[in-house]
Design a protein around this ligand. Structure first.
Ligand code: 5RP
Length: 233
C-alpha cells in the first residue's frame, strides 16, 4: 500500500467532521490536498461551506473544484481547520512548515475551534526533531538572526546545523508572506516549550514550526484504515 493511500484514508475519515454551513481552514501539503480532492467532489457540501487557505498553493488546488478561498480577515473564527504535519508526538505537539506555509497555517489554527491533523503513519514520532525544524524569519540580515537562534539552542546544550532554505534554482526560498525560512537540524527536541518561547522572543523571528498544544486531534492513516486520537485542550 502506498503512502498516498494512507493519506487518503486519513482524509476520508476527517471528512466526516465537516457539517453543512461550517467555516473551514485549508492547510497546505500533499495530505491536506488529498482532503481537498475528496471534499471537492461533494458539490452540495462544498456549496454550503466558507473557506480560507493557508497558502497560495492550496488556493490553486481548491480552484480545481471551484472552491473559492476568502481572505482570513473575513472570519472572526473558523469552525474547523484541516492540516497535515511533518511530525507529531503523543501529546499532539508538532513540527510543521516543511512546505513553508507555517505562518499562515498557525494563523488559521489560532482562530479555529477545532484543529484536525491528518497524517500517514510515518509522521507519528516519539520525540520531535528528526524532521528539521523550520523557522520563518525576516529577510533582513539573516546571519544575525541565525546566530541568535544558535545561541538559544546552545543554551539548551544543542549543537546543530542551521541552513537557510533554498528553492530548486538555488535561490533563497521565499514564503507567501515574503520571508525566509531557516531549517534547524535538531535531531531531538526535549525542551520544546522553553526553546520555542526563547526563539520567538528574537525580534527578527516571525514564528517557528513548533505547533505546541494546538491540535484537537490527529487522524492517522494506515494501509487499510485510519484512526483518530483526541487531545485534551
Ligand atoms: C506545510 C506543512 C505541511 O502540513 C507539512 O509539510 C506536511 O506536508 P505533507 O502532507 O505533504 O507531508 O506544514 O507548511
Amino acid at each position: 500500500m502506498t503512502t498516498q493511500q494512507k493519506k487518503i484514508n486519513a482524509a476520508q475519515l476527517v471528512i466526516k467532521k465537516i457539517k453543512p454551513g461550517m467555516s473551514l481552514g485549508l492547510g497546505t501539503g500533499s495530505t491536506a490536498n488529498e482532503f481537498i480532492h475528496i471534499l471537492g467532489k461533494d458539490r452540495d457540501l462544498v456549496k454550503s461551506l466558507k473557506f480560507t487557505s493557508s497558502s497560495n498553493q492550496t488556493i490553486e488546488t481548491a480552484r480545481i473544484y471551484s472552491i473559492k478561498c476568502l481572505e482570513l480577515d473575513e472570519f472572526d473564527y473558523l469552525d474547523i481547520t484541516i492540516d497535515g504535519a511533518d511530525e507529531i508526538d503523543k501529546n499532539g505537539d508538532m513540527i510543521k512548515g516543511g512546505g513553508g506555509a507555517l505562518l499562515r497555517e498557525k494563523m488559521l489554527a489560532n482562530i479555529s475551534k477545532e484543529y484536525f491533523i491528518i497524517i500517514d503513519e510515518s509522521k507519528s514520532v516519539k520525540t520531535l526533531g528528526n524532521f528539521p525544524l523550520p523557522i520563518e524569519i525576516i529577510p533582513f540580515s539573516p546571519k544575525s538572526t541565525i546566530s541568535q537562534i544558535d545561541k538559544v539552542f546552545k543554551k539548551h546544550q544543542m549543537v546543530l546545523q542551521i541552513e537557510i532554505r533554498v528553492d530548486s534554482t538555488g535561490s533563497n526560498f521565499i514564503t507567501d508572506g515574503g520571508n525566509f525560512i531557516i531549517d534547524c537540524y535538531c535531531k531531538k527536541i526535549f525542551q520544546s516549550k522553553e526553546i520555542n518561547a526563547e526563539i520567538e522572543k528574537i525580534p527578527s523571528v516571525i514564528t517557528t514550526g513548533l505547533f505546541l498544544n494546538m491540535s484537537s486531534s490527529v487522524i492517522i492513516g494506515y494501509d487499510q484504515y485510519a484512526t483518530e486520537f483526541k487531545f485534551d485542550r
